[in-house]
Design a protein around this ligand. Structure first.
Ligand code: FAD
Length: 413
């Protein structure tokens, strides 16, 4: 079996929103040659293609506020090309959660992120279709929060990276990594486009042996790289073990339903988060709604529970919020993976004890909205050895072993 060799100063493994943004960040600096590899650059099973498109800086923890704020401010400068709309996030609160939300708002406003406080009448004035409000104490409206088209955002990062010479390689699955003077990363490169189920199976099984792939399907290749980035999303723990370290995150299924509301036009509104945990926003002519089902176990589960998910979790909550939601048609839906870390913060930065290895993953459901800031930050670390724009030191993966923990993020939906 022959192995073709390739050299690149930097190898980014995973070409989702995060890997693509890092490539863009590196392309603006003197990082040398940069290659991004992915089993599927189209990202059929990637979180970057299966998310809800929400972007907000309304968070309980400052590091998330700042990472999102800086990213959203960038989105505003390229709004047309990435489909960013500052249509706002409306958080509805019952009495038991409203005072802590108001406390977090003090931090939002202090950091320059406009968040309006609404009483129940103001909620009804802003969104007249929200006509069942007896349980509400009030709401917060993140004025510049909004929605983005994640696929266009990913392509935007890639275009900028490619213009500066970054190479993106599709159909490449990384199976082994060893360090000698450089990192030697072995991968199988498929010669034809894989079928959807084959991609899912490979990502789920994560084969690491040389017998795993039929040689007639492609070839083994070996990269030599001075620096390697783990940007493998929900598969980051698997890649971490290939590279020789532990990552405490887990993949967890999240489902999204599309519905048709015959009597209601949602297009004038942005993202709305109900106190039940159900969120919704307009998605072309439909409504898009998601919910974290309680007790969801960790695993690479992409099954969409269809009517049972919609009828047990989505519809009852929407029904209780608006007469306009009393008659709804479930259209379709899908499931994707959150990449949950123990404290629901991302893991970002150089990997302790492994020179030349960097990581950015485990965004716990908020990677799209922080992707720009993280791409810039990782590029700074890799080229300068320090953070210059935003300090992500608190998000170092070493925090779980060193005990230098930070307060968990609680505004995860
Ligand atoms: C239902 C749902 C709703 C969400 N809603 C939002 C939202 O509203 N706003 C928001 O900001 N975020 C949201 N998220 C989270 C967001 O989508 C993710 O945080 C983000 O997309 C992570 O990007 P990534 O590049 O790290 O991972 P991914 O997009 O998953 O990319 C990882 C890539 O690594 C590749 N890969 C893995 N292992 C290997 C290997 N060994 N060799 C080669 N390639 C490999 C995979 O093929 C994949 O393409 C949501 C997620 C889900 C599932």
């Amino acid at each position: 079996m022959s192995t073709a060799g390739m050299n690149s100063d930097v190898l980014v493994i995973g070409g989702g929103l995060i890997g693509s943004s890092i490539a863009m960040g590196l392309s603006r600096r003197d990082a040398g040659s940069v290659t991004v590899v992915d089993l599927d650059l189209g990202g059929e099973w990637s979180s970057s293609e299966l998310n809800a498109g929400g972007v907000r800086a309304t968070w309980s923890q400052r590091v998330n506020l700042l990472a999102s704020k800086s990213s959203i401010e960038y989105f505003g400068t390229v709004a047309d090309s990435i489909g960013y709309r500052d249509c706002g996030y409306l958080w509805l609160h019952r009495p038991e959660s409203f005072s802590s939300a108001l406390k977090a708002r003090e931090m939002h406003v202090k950091e320059g992120w406009a968040v309006d406080v609404l009483d129940v009448k103001q909620i009804r004035d802003r969104c007249p279709f929200i006509d069942k409000t007896d349980d509400l104490a009030g709401g917060l409206f993140g004025v510049k929060d909004g929605l983005v088209n994640p696929n266009r955002l990913k392509e935007h990062y890639r275009e900028l990276a490619k213009e500066a010479g970054v190479v993106f390689m599709d159909g490449v699955f990384v199976t082994e990594g060893n360090r000698s003077s450089d990192w030697k990363i072995r991968a199988f490169r498929f010669k034809d486009t894989l079928k959807s189920e084959d991609k899912r199976r490979i990502l789920e099984q994560n084969p690491t042996s040389r017998d795993s792939f039929d040689g007639s399907l492609g070839e083994w290749i070996e990269f030599s790289a001075g620096q390697v980035v783990n940007a493998a999303g929900a598969w980051a723990p698997k890649l971490a073990s290939i590279l020789g370290y532990e990552c405490p995150s887990v993949p967890v299924r999240r489902q999204i339903s599309l519905f048709h509301a015959r009597d209601l036009d949602l297009t004038p509104y942005g993202m709305i988060i109900d106190p039940s945990g159900v969120y919704f926003h307009p998605e072309s002519i439909y409504g898009l709604s998601g919910f974290a089902t309680p007790g969801e176990s960790a695993g690479f589960n992409f099954r969409y529970d269809a009517d049972s998910f919609f009828e047990e979790h989505i519809w009852p909550a929407l029904y209780e919020r608006s007469t306009g939601f009393e008659s709804l048609r479930h259209v379709s839906g899908w499931a994707g993976l959150y990449e949950n870390s123990p404290d629901h913060h991302a893991i970002v930065g150089p990997v302790n004890g492994l020179p030349g290895v960097f990581e950015a993953h485990s965004f716990s459901g908020h990677g799209a909205m922080q992707s720009y800031a993280v791409g810039i930050a990782i590029a700074e670390q890799m080229t300068k050895g320090r953070y210059e724009t935003l300090d992500f030191s608190d998000l170092s993966g070493g925090r779980f072993k060193s005990g230098r923990t930070i307060a968990s993020e609680t505004w995860v939906i």
